[in-house]
Design a protein around this ligand. Sequence first.
Ligand code: GLY
Length: 593
Amino acid sequence: MRLRLRPRALRALWIGALASIMLACFAPSVPAQRQVQRAQRGMVVSRHEAASRVGADILRSGGNAVDAAVAVSMALAVVLPQAGNIGGGGFLLFHRASDDLFTFIDYRETAPAAAHRDLYVDAAGNVDTMAARRGHRSVGVPGTVAGLHLAWTRYGSLPWETLLEPAIRLAERNFRPNDELKRALAAERDKLERYPEGASLMLSRGKARRRFKQPELAQTLRTLASEGPDAFYRGTIAAAIEREMRRGGGLITRDDLASYRAIERTPLRGRYRDLEIVCAPPPSSGGVTLLQILGLLEGFELQAIERPGQTQHVALEATARAFADRNTFLGDPDFVQMPLRGLLSPRYLDTRRRTISLDRSTPSHFLAAGDAWAFDSEPPASRARPRADSTRVPQLQRESPETTHVSIVDVEGNAVALTTTLNSGFGSGVMVQGAGFFLNNEMDDFDAQPGQPNQFGLVGGEINAIEPGKRMLSSMAPTIVLRDGEPWLVLGARGGPRIITAILQIILNVYERRMNLQEAVAAGRLHHQWLPDVVWHEEGALTGEVRAYLERTGHRLRNLPRTKSSAQCIAIEPDGTLFGVADPRTQGAAVGY
Ligand code: GLY
C-alpha cells in the first residue's frame, strides 16, 4: 500500500528551534536583510557578500547564470580562501530554460598517477590519517579551472576575461577578512603554520591579519584571464604547482595536470510525491542518497504517527540505511560498477523500508547495505558484492568541513547550483609558492583503507579505494527541485555528509511543513550517517518530547555545538519572484536585482 505523508504528521518532522531562535544563534555579523532578499530579475546567493555582488553585477550587465557562476567562483577564491578555490574541485548543475536542458559539469579532483591503494598505509598496516589530510601528499589534481571553463565554453555568453576581472580587482585590493575567515584562520592555524606561504600572507603572530592584499593570486587570475585553462594545466601555473609538489614531496606532476579533464554528465532525476528532484550523479553520492531517503520516506506508513519524535526516528532510520548503501556501493562511475538502478528502484526501497521498526532504532552494527544488485537490471556476473565493515564505530575528527555553495537564477529563468570545495578549511594548507592559491586535501575523501573513517567519520569500502586518475566519492549535492514541471528550488550546502541531510530537511521543511524558505533554512538540523552510530543535532533542534522519544528508541544523541552545514538557496515563487536565502549559520548574502 502506498501511503502519503500527512502534513499534520510531518509538521512534527525535524522539529527544531523556531527560525527566530536559530537566526539569533547563528547570525552574528551579517544583517538579516542581506541574508534574504526578494527580486524580480536575477538572484545570486553565496557565502560572501562581495562574491554575491560580483554575480549580480554580471547578471545585470547581460551575463547569464553560467557567466555569473564563473565570476562568483573566482571571486570566492579570493574572499573565501578557506573554501572558494582554484586549487580544488566541484560540481555545477545547470538548467537552461529555453529548451529545458539539465546538465551537470563534474570537475571533481582526481588521484595523481603516482597514487595507489595503500598510499597512506604504513608498513604496520596503519593509516597515516594526517598525510591524507594535510600537506602536499593530500592534494588531488585540481579541477575547478577546467570545470568552470568547460561550463563557460558550452553555456556562457560574456567574454571569459570579463568574468575574471572582478576577482582580479578583489585580489588587488587591501582586503579585510570577515569574522568567518578570521575564525577559519584561527581554527586551522596549526595546519597553516606548517606551510609558511599561506600563513605569512594571512596570519601575523598567529592571528588573522587585519588587512592583506593578494598580489600573487591577482597575477594568477590575470594569467588565467588571458591564457585560459592551458596556463593552469600546461603553462606557467602548472609549472608553479609542480615546483610546489617537488618542494613538499607531493605526487602531482605536469602530466597529471595536462591529463585532467572536466566531464559533462547527465544529472540524476527522481520524484518525491509531485516534486521532481534533479541532482548530482556519481562521483557525488549526494543525489543517490537524497533520492533514496526521499524514496524511503515517501512510501512509509506514517498515517498513525502522532507521537512527537516518531517521524524524526523514521527519517533517521531511512537516512542510516541510505548512508550504508552510499558507503558501500558508490564511487567514480568511470572506474567502478554501481547498481544505480537497483539503489533507486521502488522494489528495492520497499525491501529496505520493511527493515525499519517504528519504535526501535537499528544499531548500525546490525545494519549493512542492502542487496541492490539483485534489483539492478544488469548485475555484473562475476562482481563480488561490496560490504563495508560495519562493526567499527569511529570517532569524528574535528576538522572544519570547508565546502561552499552558490545558487543563481538569471532573468531568462536559467539556474545554476554550484558546490565547490578544498575539502578541509584551506584544503591541504599548502599555498602554491608565487601563485597565491591553496591546494585541496581531497585525497581524504577516498577510503585510504576500506573500513577506516575519514575526517567526516565516513566509512567506505573498496569501491572508493585510491586508484590513479580516479575521482574520490563526494557528498556535494547541488540540487534543483521542480514543481509542476518548473524549477522551484535551487539549493545546495557545505558540510561533507551533512550536505545531504541539510538539503533533505530544507526540502521537507518547505514542502511538508509549509515553511517559507528562510524558516526552512534556519530550522535546527539533525544528522545521521550510519557510522558512527550517533545522531547529531544542532542546539535547539529537539524539543524535550522528541529528545525523550529518540532516546527511548535507542538513538545515541550528540549535540553539535558549532553547526557544520550551511545552505545557500533560491525559491522561485509562483509569481516569478526570486527569494534568495543565505544560511544564517554563516556570513553569506543574497543579492538580487
Ligand atoms: N570534500 C567534501 C565532499 O566532497 O563531500
